[in-house]
Design a binder for this molecule. Structure first.
Ligand code: C2E
Ligand code: MG
Ligand code: MG
Ligand code: MG
Length: 287
C-alpha cells in the first residue's frame, strides 16, 4: 500500500504540473490577445501640479478585463506576466500606448507628462535599452515628456546592471521616478545611487499625515531631503481635501489620488483635463 500511495502522489503531482503548464500557456495567449483586442487597456490617473495650479501629467495604469475571469488586479497579473515571461512584450506595448497618449495630451495644450511603470524583472535586462530605443525611434517621441517609474524591490537581482540601464534611459531623455518611496528595502541607498528626477511618496505614509504626527514628520523631511537632492516630490494616495491641503503646506510638488481623480480611460481624461479645477476647493464645489 505504501508503494501505491507513493504512485498516487506522483500522479497527482504530474496532473498538477500539467494543469499549471496549460494555465500558463493560456495566460500567454490571453495576454497577447488582450493587447490586440482591447481586453487589456491603460487607465490614466491625472496628477495635480501645486506649482502650476493645473493637471500637468498622468500615470498610465494597466487594466485587464478578462472575458472569463472578469477584471484582474494589475499587481496580480503583472506578477503572472513576469512568471510567464511576458513582461517584456507587455511593457513595450504599454510604452507604445503611452507615447500615443503623450502625443495627444501635448497636442491639446501646455506640456504634459505621462508616467509608466517599469517592472523590477525588466529593469536590469540587457535587451531593455535597445528595445526601448527602437520604439522611441519608430515613434519619434521626445522622451523628456515620459517618466519611467521604478520600484525598489528585492526582485531586482542585478543592481549595477539596473543602474546602468536607468542611466541609459535618462540620457535618452526619460525622466526617472522612484515609486512607492519609503516602503522598499533600501530607499536611501536608491536615492544615493540612482540618477532620479522624482520621488513618489507611498500612500501608506501620505494617508496618515493628517492624523498621525510621525508620518507627517516623515513626509515633511522626505520632501526636504528630495528637494535638497533636486528631485520633485509626487504624493500618491491623496484621498481627501485635508491631505491635499497639508501636502501643499509641506511643499509637495505634485499630488495624485482619488481626491483629485481616479484612473480614467484616455478619451475621458483628454476631454476634461484642461478644465479640471483645483480639487475640493470652493471654486470646484460651486460648479
Ligand atoms: P503604483 O505604481 O504605486 O500605482 C498606484 C496605485 O494606487 C494604482 O493602483 C492606483 O489606482 C492606486 N491609487 C491611486 N490613487 C489612490 C488613492 O487615492 N487611494 C488608494 N487607495 N489607491 C490609489 P493599481 O492601478 O491597482 O496598480 C497597482 C500597481 O500595479 C501599481 O502601483 C504598479 O506597481 C502596478 N502596475 C500598474 N500598471 C502597471 C504597468 O503597466 N506595468 C507594471 N510593471 N506595473 C504596473
Ligand atoms: Mg507607479
Ligand atoms: Mg506608486
Ligand atoms: Mg504604491
Amino acid at each position: 500500500t505504501e508503494a501505491l500511495k507513493r504512485g498516487r502522489t506522483v500522479e497527482l503531482f504530474e496532473a498538477q504540473r500539467l494543469a499549471n503548464a496549460a494555465w500558463e500557456l493560456s495566460l500567454l495567449t490571453r495576454i497577447d490577445e488582450g493587447m490586440r483586442n482591447g481586453d487589456i487597456w491603460l487607465a490614466y490617473q491625472p496628477q495635480w501640479d501645486y506649482r502650476e495650479g493645473r493637471i500637468s501629467g498622468a500615470e498610465a495604469l494597466i487594466r485587464w478585463n478578462d472575458p472569463v475571469r472578469g477584471p484582474i488586479r494589475p499587481d496580480e497579473f503583472i506578477l503572472q506576466a513576469e512568471q510567464a515571461g511576458r513582461i517584456d512584450a507587455l511593457t513595450y506595448w504599454v510604452l507604445d500606448q503611452a507615447i500615443t497618449a503623450t502625443e495627444r495630451f501635448n497636442a491639446l495644450g501646455p506640456t504634459f507628462q505621462v508616467s509608466i511603470n517599469l517592472s523590477a524583472q525588466l529593469v536590469d535586462k540587457p535587451s531593455l535599452i535597445s528595445s526601448v530605443a527602437e520604439i522611441v525611434r519608430r515613434r519619434g517621441i521626445d522622451c523628456r515628456l515620459l517618466t519611467v517609474e521604478v520600484t525598489e524591490t528585492a526582485g531586482m537581482c542585478n543592481r549595477p546592471a539596473a543602474i546602468r540601464n536607468l542611466q541609459a534611459l535618462r540620457s535618452m531623455g526619460f525622466r526617472l521616478s522612484i515609486d512607492d518611496f519609503g516602503t522598499g528595502e533600501a530607499s536611501l541607498s536608491y536615492l544615493a545611487e540612482l540618477p532620479s528626477d522624482e520621488l513618489k511618496l507611498d500612500r501608506r505614509f501620505v494617508s496618515k499625515i493628517v492624523h498621525h504626527e510621525r508620518e507627517r514628520h516623515i513626509v515633511a523631511s522626505t520632501i526636504n531631503l528630495a528637494h535638497a537632492l533636486r528631485q520633485i516630490v509626487v504624493a500618491e494616495g491623496v484621498e481627501d481635501l485635508s491631505t491635499f491641503e497639508l501636502l501643499r503646506q509641506l511643499g509637495c510638488d505634485v499630488g495624485q489620488g482619488y481626491h483629485i481623480a481616479k484612473p480614467e480611460p484616455l478619451e475621458l481624461l483628454l476631454s476634461r483635463y484642461a478644465t479640471m479645477a483645483e480639487p475640493g476647493t470652493a471654486r470646484a464645489q460651486k460648479r
